[in-house]
Design a protein around this ligand. Structure first.
Ligand SMILES: [Zn+2]
Length: 77
């Protein structure tokens, strides 16, 4: 196990947390649902758990939701 993996394990406190790589894969869909007033946490509980613990991804999520609300989702896809 590399130092980076060890750090990642240490930071990943919630067992449902899917981690940054997989979070980023689904983040756009998740943010579109949130911007549309739906509850994406029901569909993506692992991503919701990740956003709780990862400030980088939750910051991206908030920026995406703002951008989708302001400009619409189509051009960002
Ligand atoms: Zn992350």
């Amino acid at each position: 196990m590399s130092d980076w993996d060890a750090l990642n394990e240490f930071l990943r406190t919630d067992p449902r947390d899917i981690g940054c790589d997989r979070a980023l894969d689904a983040l756009h869909t998740y943010s579109e649902m949130a911007a549309a007033g739906k509850n994406p946490a029901e569909l993506f509980p692992g991503l919701a758990a990740h956003l709780e613990s990862c400030s980088a991804c939750s910051g991206d999520h908030e920026a995406l939701v703002r951008a989708i609300r302001e400009f619409g989702g189509g051009e960002l896809c």
